[in-house]
Design a protein around this ligand. Structure first.
Ligand code: NAD
Length: 347
């Protein structure tokens, strides 16, 4: 398995392979950049088909964190960790403590937090071995609701750019994935009078959205082709791809999932189709903004955090305006803006 020559390797500063037979830990920590500060990004647990898939995920996700943190105006670099294995069976205190020892060995160059399949309780166990964690219970806690507020504001910014008004009442939004972000997002949208179309592999989550928000449920593969104003991917990455692109009937794609474009070229294809795309790492930064408040010397402040999350609206308007001026796809514009911020940070 290549690392330095891997197509997803982007001059990452450090890639750490962690293994412990006794606890069963197999993990990879990737530090993409510390140009703006310590590398901060969550830890994901996933039953990867191969070690290579885990490497690809951590290389991509850590790079994404560098760009996300830069665009959110945070004094943080980009990093991420993946723990390989089935979250239903491998979790133990020994495993999380061993992971914590690996994080600690990096002396603060990487700060960990929750991501998919990792709870605040899991991070507390990591915290027993290292202070270099965030998202702890009693401090910033679950980032999901903050990511949801940021995503909601991002949808409004996209509506403002596309329709000339950010009023969403009467609009239709198709939400894919009703987990810790998607469900709260539905709540915000429902309060504003949005008609919701939803899908989830978990029928309990679907039933809850139908009964609480009057949402219309559709099949897992039907969500891409529904008539709607906004498609909000809030489950998986890569749902904007060669198969789904011809199906979309939305005007906007704006959701919280990471790595929504299967390949960067799909951003250009969306532009050609006239679909406004809110770059994923800009719109979904609410969680990391909230988590970052816990790390700063002044300590956690929910009001300050919320203020910064709401500013995602303005950041996205800037991305959309620059894309419209230059004729470039929004994902390319966001990357350029992030690279400019990182270059200024390096100076
Ligand atoms: P979650 O695991 O709580 O929720 C994901 C939901 O998607 C679950 O309800 C799951 O059943 C559903 N799902 C899985 N496969 C599906 C499919 N094929 N079709 C429809 N639904 C499906 O995760 P989350 O924390 O809500 O995060 C959602 C996405 O947002 C992820 O991509 C995550 O990386 C990203 N994200 C989350 C945060 C955060 O603060 N939690 C921050 C930034 C980005």
């Amino acid at each position: 398995m290549a690392v330095f020559n891997h197509p997803e390797f982007d001059n990452h500063e450090q890639v750490v392979f962690c293994s412990d037979r006794e606890s069963g830990l197999q993990a990879i920590i990737a530090i993409h950049s510390t140009a703006l500060g310590p590398a901060c990004g969550g830890c994901r647990m996933w039953d990867y088909v191969s070690d290579e898939d885990a490497l690809i995920d951590v290389l991509r996700l850590s790079r994404g964190m560098t760009y996300k943190n830069a665009m959110a105006g945070l004094p943080l670099g980009g990093g991420k960790a993946v723990i390989i294995g089935d979250a239903k069976t491998i979790k133990s205190e020994a495993l999380f403590r061993k992971f914590g020892q690996y994080v600690h060995s990096l002396s603060g160059r990487y700060i960990s937090a929750e991501d998919v399949n990792i709870t605040t309780a899991d991070i507390s166990m990591v915290n027993q071995e290292t202070p270099y964690v965030a998202g702890l219970e009693g401090k910033s806690g679950n980032p999901g609701p903050f990511t949801a507020i940021g995503t909601y504001r991002g949808i409004k910014a996209a509506a403002k750019h596309k329709f000339g008004s950010d009023d969403l009442s009467g609009r239709t939004v198709a939400v894919q994935g009703l987990g810790s972000v998607g469900f709260y997002l539905c709540e915000h949208l429902h309060k504003e009078g949005v008609k919701l179309i939803v899908s989830d592999i978990n029928p309990v989550a679907v039933d809850r959205a139908v009964s609480q928000f009057g949402a219309t449920a559709v099949g897992l593969n039907d969500i891409y082709a529904v008539e709607c104003d906004v498609y909000a991917p809030c489950a998986l990455g890569a749902t904007i791809n060669d198969d789904t692109l011809p199906q979309f009937k939305c005007a906007i794609i704006a959701g919280c999932a990471n790595n929504q474009l299967k390949e960067a070229r799909h951003g250009e294809l969306l532009r050609q189709k006239g679909i406004l795309y809110a770059p994923d790492y800009v719109i979904n930064a609410g969680g990391i903004i909230n988590v970052s408040m816990e790390i700063r010397p002044e300590g956690y402040d929910e009001a300050q955090s919320t203020k910064q999350v709401l500013a995602i609206y303005d950041t996205l308007l800037t991305v959309f305006a620059r894309a419209a001026e230059t004729g470039q796809p929004t994902n390319v514009v966001a990357d350029l803006m992030a690279q400019e911020i990182i270059a200024r940070g390096k100076k």
